[in-house]
Design a protein around this ligand. Structure first.
Ligand code: SF4
Length: 363
């Protein structure tokens, strides 16, 4: 049986994706043993990234007010989610958040703007922000701005933009179930446009939106075909008021199998255990680091996530290291010394309230 896993790892080292049958087995096989599968995915991860973990910090630079209807997104035009809508943040706010990300040792700072596509003026403004961040701190910059054409891509490439995020989210066949205002081909076009201009693309999936395993396999293979170098694997966060809410398929094991599949299909790509990892992977969160070599810290666009210190502690406890930037304030984030004891909640109360002796009136 272990031969099956060794074969998958060997294929990945040769840059050969799993066959369709192997891919479906990884997601659905009754006889899959999780730890050997994760180890098979770890083999190419280790070859290409060692034990390093890249860390991304998101800044939701413009929230809500979007004319599109992506059903999973709290910023979509029809969502009833209780979010605060705001136009683009000021330069000062954007630079201040970039500094926080750089000092936290993040590999990349991701500025995300809601909307279908930026105007040319907005694109030039974003180009200035990219230059501004990169001239101040040694951190890579990624933006997510919807669709871009050649003119917009040229402006952003000239500014030194490292990456453009534009998720495919699901398979071509399932796309109509999550969005009606644009199509899958529009998204593929933007990835190809960025690529033509030398901007790396970051494009991934959201799991838990009613997709089948065949959809997941199709998307993993499509991302490989598009040679996407950065793949976020998101796990849908259920937000009240959105049309598409989590479909109940996401056990921690399903999430880990999907991460392993994404790594084995795309052995050289940066695979990110992205939005929703905390809530869906739960106690198995650290196991994501075997297939994935990248994480977000400090939450997502509209929802909370684990804080930087907590995530760094998980990375170190699992025996991995943070692939940060030189501006990192090491002392602030080096965390507990080996052997330190930590309990969530009030640090002054170790005893359970039902066994603690009252100290009122003592002394
Ligand atoms: S995912 Fe982007 S394009 Fe779609 S509704 Fe949300 S902000 Fe708008």
């Amino acid at each position: 049986m272990l031969e099956t896993y060794s074969r998958l790892a060997a294929q990945a080292l040769r840059d050969e994706p799993p066959t369709e049958t192997q891919a479906r087995w990884i997601l659905d096989g009754d006889d899959v043993a999780l730890l050997p599968l994760l180890h098979a995915a770890y083999v190419p991860r280790e070859r290409h990234f060692g034990r390093k973990v890249m860390v991304h910090v998101l800044n939701n630079v413009q929230n809500g007010l979007c004319p599109e209807d992506c059903g999973y997104c709290a910023q979509n035009r029809d969502s009833k989610a209780a979010i605060r809508k705001y136009a683009m943040k000021s330069d000062d706010e954007i630079f201040a958040a970039a500094e926080v990300a750089a000092r936290a040792g993040a590999t990349r700072y991701c500025m995300v703007l809601s909307g279908r596509s930026p105007t040319l003026d907005r694109t030039k403004k974003l180009a200035d922000l990219v230059r501004g961040v990169k001239s101040r701190w040694p951190i890579e910059v990624c933006i997510s701005v919807g669709f871009i054409d050649d003119d917009q891509a040229r402006i952003l490439a000239e500014a030194g933009l490292d990456r453009l995020n534009h998720n495919l989210n699901t398979s071509e066949e399932h796309y109509g179930a999550i969005c009606s205002t644009h199509g899958y081909a529009d998204r593929v076009n933007t990835i190809l446009t960025a690529k033509r201009h030398g901007i790396q693309s970051c494009s991934g999936i959201i799991l838990g939106m009613g997709e089948t395993s065949a959809d997941v396999v199709e998307l993993a293979l499509r991302l490989r075909e598009l040679e996407v170098p950065s793949i976020p694997v998101n796990f849908l966060i259920p937000i009240e008021g959105n049309r598409v809410v989590v479909d109940g398929s996401l056990t921690p094991e399903r999430c880990l199998r999907a991460l392993a599949l994404m790594r084995l299909v795309n052995p050289r790509a940066e695979i990110r255990a992205a939005g929703g990892r905390e809530g869906h992977l739960r106690a198995l969160g650290a196991l994501a680091l075997w297939p994935a070599n990248s994480l977000f810290v400090d939450g997502y666009l509209t929802t909370r996530g684990d804080a930087t210190r907590e995530t760094y502690r998980m990375i170190r406890d699992a025996g991995f290291e943070i692939d940060g930037n030189p501006a990192c304030d090491r002392e602030a984030f080096d965390g507990e010394k080996t052997g330190d004891f930590r309990l969530p909640g009030d640090p002054d109360s170790l005893l359970r309230p039902d066994v603690a002796r009252s100290t009122r009136g003592v002394g």
